[in-house]
Design a protein around this ligand. Structure first.
Ligand SMILES: *Cc1c(COP(=O)(O)O)cnc(C)c1O
Length: 385
């Protein structure tokens, strides 16, 4: 389907709302019916009807169609956060005694889900280095029900060979799921590589303006309908119509924003890589990236998230560098219009810092929509501090 059609037309029924170009926010908790037969029909298939907004809602349905099409998926389900688009399907798919294979360095709350939350229900997880395919084969047991991927992750950007993993999983009857937030559907299409369920934090690129928290899950209609009719309706993670509207607004400019962020990041990472105070820049599209072949094989691009390591990387130096940035904000998250920085040292105390732990030295940066030379000037003066 044409990208311009998806972003500008698909799912929009303008004749139903005065031909308004921007769709209305259907801020209604429930919907009425002409007769009992109509009500019965809706109650019988809530997945396909607007009955009550804990389930579906017309504003959400416009967004749902667009996000499913962007992923090349049969359908999509919207959530009030990215993490609920991850945790609720997992709770739905697995039961006590089941086993998960997950890759290292996942999003922090996904790690907590596997390490702290799921064990309460008798579900265990083996974490592996997903850059080595054989590790998946070795970790698989007869109880393995799910392989969970995040390619690349959002800290050190390790990739998994998605096609290889999904074909192995299919041969064993194992479901595969991926967190595709880093690439967004524009730069990586996991469904076409055989992944069953694709989760994404829509808070990041889809929203794109740092004003909404949301998640999306795409996959087959059968899987999503089953999830919707049970765990989704039971736990109540529905997105609000207003948030859905903000995401629709964000989608209109998604290709432009991603392209800008991608191009600026290329300029900035190249500049950083040649700066004498910088030891290393880690970004999938850097020429020196370790898994460059796999990047070219399965990613069409990427946005503005990368990490850098300073030479002489002491705790104080990292802190001084980050504190000295004048225009790049110290904050978590990413995917918005504004550039951000978050050092790994923000997550622990000074006495726990170890120069032997490569991850401790990482400074994660996100490049937004500002002029790249404006950002370079800011980074330059901070590196000189
Ligand atoms: C932000 C993020 C999430 C969680 O999304 P929320 O919308 O914050 O719940 C999940 N995965 C990745 C990679 C993220 O960056």
């Amino acid at each position: 389907m044409d990208l311009s059609f998806i972003l500008n037309e698909l799912g929009e029924e303008r004749e139903n709302y005065f031909n308004a170009v921007s769709p209305p926010i259907m801020q209604s908790s429930n919907f009425s019916f002409k007769d009992v037969a109509g009500l019965r029909e809706a109650m019988n298939d809530e997945f396909e009807s607007s009955l009550y907004s804990r389930g579906q809602n017309p504003t959400l349905n416009i967004l749902r169609k667009k996000l499913a099409a962007l992923d090349g998926a049969e359908d999509a389900l919207l959530f009030s956060s990215g993490i609920s688009a991850i945790s609720i399907p997992i709770l739905s798919l697995l039961k006590s005694g089941d086993h998960i294979i997950a890759v290292d360095n996942l999003y922090s709350w996904t790690i907590k889900l596997f390490k702290d939350f799921l064990p309460k229900f008798g579900i265990t997880t083996t974490f592996i280095d997903g850059t080595v395919f054989e590790n998946f084969e070795q970790a698989a047991t007869p109880q393995t029900r799910l392989i969970y991927l995040e390619s690349p992750n959002t800290f050190c950007y390790a990739l998994q060979d998605i096609k290889k993993v999904t074909s192995f999983a299919k041969s064993r009857g194992i479901i595969t799921m991926i967190d595709n937030s880093y690439c967004s559907p524009l730069y990586q299409q996991p469904i076409s590589m055989g992944v069953d369920l694709v989760a994404q934090s829509a808070t990041k690129y889809i929203g794109g303006h740092s004003d909404v928290v949301a998640g999306v899950l795409t996959g087959s209609k059968t899987l999503l309908k089953k999830l919707f009719e049970h765990e989704f309706m039971n736990t109540g993670p529905a997105l609000s119509p207003h948030s859905a509207w903000l995401l629709l607004r964000g989608l209109r400019t998604l290709p432009l924003r991603l392209q800008r962020s991608f191009e600026s990041t290329r300029i900035i990472t190249e500049w950083l890589a040649s700066h004498p105070a910088v030891q290393e820049v880690i970004w999938p599209f850097s020429p020196q990236f370790q898994q460059a072949d796999l990047v070219n094989q399965q990613m069409q691009g990427c946005g503005g998230l990368f990490s850098l390591v300073l030479k002489n990387s002491t705790f104080n130096k990292i802190e001084t560098f980050c504190n000295s940035l004048q225009h790049i904000l110290l904050a978590v998250s990413w995917g918005g219009h504004e550039s951000l920085v978050v050092p790994a040292i923000a997550s622990f105390k000074k006495e726990d810092y170890s120069t032997y732990n490569g991850h401790h030295q990482l400074i994660r940066m996100y490049i937004g929509l500002e002029d790249p030379h404006y950002l370079i000037a800011d980074i330059k003066q901070a590196l000189e501090q």
